[in-house]
Structures are given as C-alpha cells and as structure tokens.
Design a binder for this molecule. Structure first.
Ligand SMILES: C[S@@+](CC[C@H](N)C(=O)[O-])C[C@H]1O[C@@H](n2cnc3c(N)ncnc32)[C@H](O)[C@@H]1O
Length: 568
C-alpha cells in the first residue's frame, strides 16, 4: 500500500515538475478495454477492472516494474516467482498505474519481463544517452514523463541490445504509450524509435569518443558501459582501464547462478543434478565446492518446480560458499555469525555441522533474522542455530559469549555482485562507501571482542573494493596487534589466494561474484610491551576494563616481573 501511495505522490510531484508538458493522463480505448464497473478495492462491486487485450502483458508489467524500481518500491529481483514484484501482485500495480489490466503473464512473458527489466536497468545510462541524443532538445529529455521515459528505454533496449525485429518493437511500444498516456505520447515514441531504427541500420548510432583527460574518458566509458562515473574512475584507479572495462562488461552480461544442495536435509549434489536433468535445465558442476551446481538459464523452472520452497537447495553464489570454506565450520564447533541475516552463510555453515555444536546468528535486522529462522527450519538445520536480534556493537560490549570461530560478513557496497543486482550500481554513491567503512571498522572492533584467545575472526565482504577489504583489515591490525593474518591457502583453491594470504574472488577471472575474506587469529599469548598498548582487553577470556585492568597491570606478579619483549 505504501508503494501505491508513493506512486501517487510521485506522479503528482512529477506533474508539477514537468510544467508545460502535458500531465500523465490515462486514456482508455473503449474498444480495447472491458470494464466490469466495479468500485473500490474492497468490494467486488466497486473494483475497476479493465482488461486490455492489445497491449502485450510483458511490456506493461516491465514498464510499471521499472518505474517502481526507480522510485525504490521494488527490487530488480531476478529470482522472483510468477512475475510478482517484491511479493505483491504485479498486475495490481499495472492496473493502478496504467488504469487497465492485461492478460496474465505466461512463462514466456515472465522470461521477457526478467530480461527486459534487468537489461533496461543495466543499460540505463547508455540508453538515456541515445534517447537524449535523438530528442529535439535537452529540455524535452530532462522533463520527460517517467512512464514515457520507461517505454522509450524499453524500446531502445529491445532494438539496440536485444536486436528484436524493429517493426514489432515500434508498433507495440507506440500502442502502450497511446493507451497508457495519450495519442501524442504514442506519436512521440513512434518518431524517436523510427529515428533510432534508421541510425542503427546505417550503423551510425551516436556514441561518445574515448579521448581527452582521465575525467573525460571516464565519462565516455560510463556511457559506453553504462556505469556511474565515480565507479569507472575508482576501478580505473585500482584495476587499470582494461580490467575496469572487463569488469563493467561482466556486470552487463546475463548473470549465472549457483545452487547449493542442502546436505542438512540429506540432499546430495547428485540428487540435485538428477532433478535438473528431469527439468531439462542445463548445468555445470562447481569446480571448487562439492555441494554447488551452476546454471546459466532455467532458474525460473527450478523455482517453479518448488525445489527452493521444499528446502532441497538454496541459491548461493560460489564466492559466498568459499567464504564459508575460509571459516571452516566443523561438527561440534561454537561459531558466532555477527551479521548473519538473511542467513546464506549461516545455513551453509549449519549444514556442515551435522547437528553438533552451536551457531549464534546475530543481526540488527529483526525481519531478516526471522527469515533466517524460518529457512533454517525448512532446511532442517535449526537445531544448531540460535538467533540473536541485536546491534553487534552493543551486544559485544555487554555479553560474555566468546567463540573460537567468529564470522563478520560485513555490510558493504556490494560492488562485487553488480551482475546479479542490476539496480545496485545506480543506488550506490561514493559517500556511501565512506559511511560503510566507518561501520565496518566499528563492527570489526566489536566482533574482535567475541573471539577467544587462539580463536579466528573471519572478516568478509561481497565487494571488490580494496578500501572495504585489505585497507579495513590493515587498519584493524594496527588497532589490534593481538591479531595476525592466517593465510587462507589451507581452505580455498590457490587461484583465490592473494599474495598477502587473503581470499579474493574476481568476477572476470573466476566467473562468479566478487568477494573477499581475511582469516585473523587472536594471539594466545601477548608480549609484555604489547599488553601495555591496551586499556581494554580480553585476556584468556576475561574482560579487562577500567579499574580491573589497571590493577592487573600494576599488581599482578606475572605482569610485574616481566620485561618488554617477554611473552606472558
Ligand atoms: C552482507 S549482509 C549479511 C549477509 C549474510 N551474512 C548472508 O550470508 O546471508 C550484512 C548484514 O549486516 C547487518 N547489520 C548491519 N549493521 C549491523 C549491526 N550494527 N549489528 C548487527 N548486524 C548489522 C544487516 O542487517 C545485514 O543483514
């Protein structure tokens, strides 16, 4: 309902903003619309239901979903079922936004919606550059109505990137604009799309030139590969231009997915493969993880067959699975998962504990933690999971819980998962990274309190950005010399181990999401001179703070009789 409300608020705000151009108007063709004259959403007698059989359902749903995503009301969720966006009935949104329903989406329509929505979002900057170039002036583009812009983006994407037959694309998008806006909007779509078709056929699409200083080149690359300029500049700086281009090309490609056979329920990878064969879903076995299978297409069939709903498997990227390998969970372990929800790694770790031990799953987000709890039941691994809804920073300050293995899968920019999260690149700002770095440091400090002497702290992200990864670890080690790096080469294949012993997956090199993990061991014994550095420390599991710490340092004979450099 909030989303519906926000649509209305948005539309009225846009109307004022657009000024001279015509307001969003819903025109219904009496020949194509069947009205049952129902009034209001509650009573069947009051509900308006106009069925439009001429507008293609996937196009109407795509345009409305794109508007909702841009306004923050829906995610470009590539995994959703039955064409429903964020769990709501998408056709309801179509009706409320466009003023009519279309016939229901069939399987082909569903695939088209996924392709068109994902692709249009990814290529947004590039498509807008083309649309802007073909509008008669810049103002016309900047003031364009939101729905009209989405219809044009869809048409441009279909013609330029999907190579769909142009006559059908022009015809259908013109019809959608006419029916959902007004005849004039249809004429405009017709004019611009026809111009585009001519330019494409003569191989003369307008493109920015890759020349000039760094900034100008970054702007051109940002259009050509459809990414924010700040990301292009950052990646060019960290990776070099060639690798940055490859990274952007990877993000623009159709994502592949991995599924993990749920051993918690006794499902093996062979069982999963048998199911995929029955569903005729092409797949490949993971080269790195025993329980994982990769699929490029056919995920919708897997979802519709109910394999996820029955808890037989989970969608999990191999890059995330390898972070669990770095933690190395074993039966009987006590593990604290500090930022656990919605539980991808918790559930995989739990499945490896074979019902023995305990996994404490902490998260600040109660709703997401509830999802974790429900999924744990479904996956039959709930016996080893205790959920703790809490802010890790306050929890760590006040609790006695300590563990040999602590995972901090920190909130991060998600710059390693842009191929799956089509909309994420447009929602991230450079300032977000600075805020996140501060939070990552606070959470690392808090998580470190929960590690027993000799125990391990795994810090991980789904980012490829050194400032969220290596640089956060280095800053942490400076603040906490009681920790040192434990190289991950015993836990993951050599191709994933960096020179400094961290785990890093590279989308371009490994064809999976980008992720990072560092294994940090808490020293069993500290040198005298190192001890003096701390005003507040856990020694052999006892929290030393304030007066107790000061008393210990000045009175305990063990400490008094040592000299700098001695181990104690
Ligand atoms: C990257 S996600 C974790 C993903 C999870 N480990 C998985 O594999 O599914 C980061 C999580 O950190 C949680 N978070 C953010 N700030 C937190 C805090 N101060 N204390 C505890 N959890 C926090 C968020 O709610 C979010 O669920």
């Amino acid at each position: 309902m909030a989303q519906v409300l926000s649509l209305h608020v948005f539309f009225s705000a846009e109307r004022h903003k657009v000024g001279p151009s015509k307001p969003l108007k819903r025109i219904h063709n009496p020949k194509t619309s069947l009205s049952t004259h129902r009034k209001g959403p509650q009573s069947p007698m009051r509900k308006t239901q106009k069925l439009n059989l001429q507008v293609s359902p996937h196009r109407a749903v795509s345009a409305v979903r794109l508007m909702r995503i841009e306004m923050g009301g829906a995610f470009a969720d590539l995994l959703n079922e039955k064409g429903k966006g964020s769990g709501d009935n998408e056709m309801g949104y179509v009706e409320r936004t466009l003023g009519f329903r279309t016939k229901n989406l069939d399987d082909r329509d569903l695939r088209l919606v996924t392709d068109i929505v994902g692709g249009t979002i990814r290529w947004r900057r590039y498509l807008d550059y083309l649309i802007g170039s073909l509008c008669h002036d810049d103002k016309a583009f900047r003031n364009m109505e939101p729905l009209l812009l989405q219809i044009l983006r869809i048409g441009f994407y279909e013609i330029v990137k999907l190579d769909m037959p142009s006559y059908a694309v022009v015809d259908e998008n013109v019809r959608l604009a006419k029916v959902s806006l007004r005849p004039g909007a249809g004429n405009m779509v017709n004019g611009i799309l026809r111009k585009l078709v001519l330019l494409k056929e003569s191989n003369s699409l307008p493109l920015p030139k890759l020349e000039g200083d760094d900034r100008t080149q970054a702007r051109a690359l940002a259009i050509l590969y459809s990414h924010p300029v700040w990301m292009v500049r950052r990646w060019t700086k960290h990776l070099g231009q060639e690798k940055a281009i490859k990274m952007m090309a990877w993000n623009n490609d159709d994502p592949s997915f991995s599924l993990r056979a749920n051993s918690g329920k006794g499902v093996t990878r062979a069982d999963l493969v048998m199911q995929f064969n029955m569903l005729k879903v092409p797949h490949e076995l993971s080269l790195h993880l025993d329980h994982f299978v990769r699929v490029k297409t056919g995920l919708q069939s897997i979802i519709q067959a109910g394999l996820l709903k029955q808890g037989l498997c989970a969608v999990q990227d191999e890059s995330a699975g390898l972070i669990v390998s770095v933690v190395d969970p074993q039966p009987g372990d006590s593990i604290i998962d500090c930022c656990a929800a919605p539980g991808g790694k918790t559930l995989y770790m739990a499945s490896q504990m074979h019902g023995q031990g305990m996994l404490y799953a902490i998260d600040i987000n109660k709703g997401r933690l509830r999802i974790l709890k429900e999924t744990a039941k479904l996956h039959q691994v709930d016996g080893v999971i205790t959920t703790i809804p809490s802010d890790l920073r306050t929890f760590a300050e006040s609790c006695q819980l300590k563990s040999d293995k602590v995972l901090l899968d920190a909130p991060c920019s998600g710059l390693g998962v842009l191929s799956k999260r089509a909309d994420l690149r447009w929602n991230r700002r450079l300032e977000d990274l600075e805020e996140l770095e501060k939070l990552q440091e606070e959470l690392l400090d808090a998580a470190s309190i929960l590690v027993k002497p000799g125990g391990v702290l795994v810090y991980s992200t789904c980012s490829i950005d050194p400032e969220e990864n290596e640089e956060r670890v280095d800053a942490f080690l400076l603040r906490h010399p009681e920790f040192h790096i434990d190289p991950v080469d015993r836990y993951v294949p050599p191709g994933f181990v960096t020179k400094r012993g961290f785990y890093s997956s590279d989308p371009v090199k490994h064809s999976m999401d980008g992720a990072f993990a560092a294994r940090l061991i808490r020293t069993l014994s500290l040198k005298h001179n190192e001890l003096w550095k701390y005003g507040d420390l856990d020694v052999l599991g006892v929290r030393m703070v304030g007066p107790l710490w000061q008393w210990t340092m000045s009175n305990a004979s063990d400490f008094k009789n040592t000299s700098p450099g001695d181990a104690i």
